[in-house]
Design a protein around this ligand. Structure first.
Ligand code: PLP
Length: 408
């Protein structure tokens, strides 16, 4: 008899974005005439930067000739991409990360999901609330949690991000081994200062803990004083793994390319307390289970670091940030408290009512899709998240519709 992994049965209903898609599809079936504007899931809408497209075309042509064709590439990614990442994202910002500490992958979703395989199921995991749901669900699947009760899983330490702490969770009052942080945050859009991030790094050093730092939205940070990488904090290379993605930076959500930084100094421990290199473990996992990203896609990603690529990406980010600024100011004018949107594409709105009913109201009456805050954790109850990833005209139209519905 085939027995299943019963941890899957602890998972709550369907994954947030599938539930949204289900409700949108049901609404569209009933009202096929209504044009839906999606400001929900946070998928980019604008074309890939021209520099990336040109590199992609050239690489596809290389694959058409025996003399330039490539088969399997290095599992960790081609040197041309890893070198560019190390140089442009880290060394140019005075952060000592080397190319061989970078592991190219097909997405930060997979990496943030898979990374927990390296750790014991007996550790205590701390996860922000609200946050990108993948961190919680993958720990549930792995068996690190108890049952789901009153909106939360037993055995997870929830790091609450609320209005009271400016949506930046503080150090928990009980010991934890693995800490997920995500800045700029999905869904709140909050960003952490260097000083507050240093407290987390110090905590991890003092407690032999590890921070999983999801920086998928770092490209949206506009203030030079704010850290783009956790490695800007001294000592973080010993206690942090960082995730980045070309998805939101360069519009690669459908193209798929990301990377994870596992510094060589990063350490885990055996039952007996002996230290083990996490770089070596992740390298083993990556080479066993992954065969890297398609050559043309890695060429397209590397082109993001060319002078033209950088300029085009900067324009792309500014386009979405302009939408975000408009959403934020209009939502405030409608009398709602909100944060985010200044260093992130997300605006976190206190809707002062149940978040799924706010979601349904905007969908049914305005034809606008947002994301109900509750789907990101208990602290998201009463909130919705609005994403700036859409066409400028569509955003303007959505805001007029929302205003009309809320004025009723
Ligand atoms: N991390 C966060 C915080 C995200 O919001 C997302 C996507 O929405 C991802 C990771 C996934 O990125 P990728 O497209 O690289 O899988």
């Amino acid at each position: 008899m085939l027995k299943i992994n019963e941890n899957y049965q602890k998972l709550q209903s369907s994954y947030l974005f599938s539930e949204i898609a289900k409700r949108v599809a049901a609404h569209q079936k009933q009202h096929p005439e209504q044009e839906i504007i999606k400001l929900g899931i946070g998928d980019v809408t604008r074309a890939l930067p021209k520099a990336c497209i040109t590199a992609l075309h050239q690489a596809v042509d290389e694959m058409a000739q025996d003399s330039t064709f490539r088969g399997y590439g290095p599992e960790q990614g081609y040197a041309f991409l890893r070198d560019a990442i190390a140089r442009e994202d880290y060394q140019h910002r005075s952060v000592a990360i080397s190319a061989d500490e970078i592991f190219v992958s097909d997405g930060a979703k997979c990496d943030t999901s898979n990374i927990q395989e390296m750790f014991s199921t007996q550790i205590t995991v701390a996860i922000p609330d609200p946050v990108y749901p993948v961190y919680v669900d993958t720990n549930v699947m792995a068996g690190r949690t108890g049952s789901f009760r009153n909106g939360r899983y037993d055995n997870i330490v929830y790091l609450e991000a609320t209005q009271e702490n400016d949506y930046i969770p503080g150090i928990p009052d009980r010991p934890v081994d693995l800490i997920y942080l995500c800045f700029p945050n999905n869904p709140t859009g909050a960003t952490i200062t260097r000083e507050k991030l240093s407290r987390w790094v110090d905590y991890a050093i003092d407690n032999k803990a590890l921070i999983l730092y999801d920086a998928a939205y770092e490209a949206f940070i506009q203030d030079e004083q704010l850290p783009k990488s956790i490695y800007e904090v001294p000592g973080a290379d010993k206690v942090a793994i960082e995730f980045r993605s070309f998805s939101k930076t360069a519009g690669f959500t459908g193209t798929r390319c990301a990377f994870t930084v596992v510094p060589k100094a990063c350490t885990g421990y055996t039952e007996k307390g002996e230290s083990v290199s996490l770089h070596a473990l992740w390298n083993r996992r990556h080479t066993t289970k992954f065969n890297s990203v398609a050559y043309p896609i890695q060429r397209a990603a590397a082109a993001a670091y060319s002078p033209e690529g950088k300029a085009q990406i900067s324009a792309l980010i500014q386009y979405y940030l302009k939408n975000a600024a408009l959403i934020r100011s209009e939502i405030k004018r409608m009398g709602f408290d909100c944060i985010g949107g200044d260093h992130s594409p997300y605006i976190w709105v206190n809707g002062r009512r149940d978040s799924w009913s706010f979601f349904d109201l905007l969908l049914q009456k305005a034809g606008v899709v947002c994301t109900p805050g509750e789907g990101f954790g208990k602290c998201g109850q009463g909130y919705i998240s609005i994403s700036a990833f859409n066409d400028e005209n569509a955003v303007q139209k959505a805001l007029v519709r929302i205003r009309n519905v809320l004025a009723d």
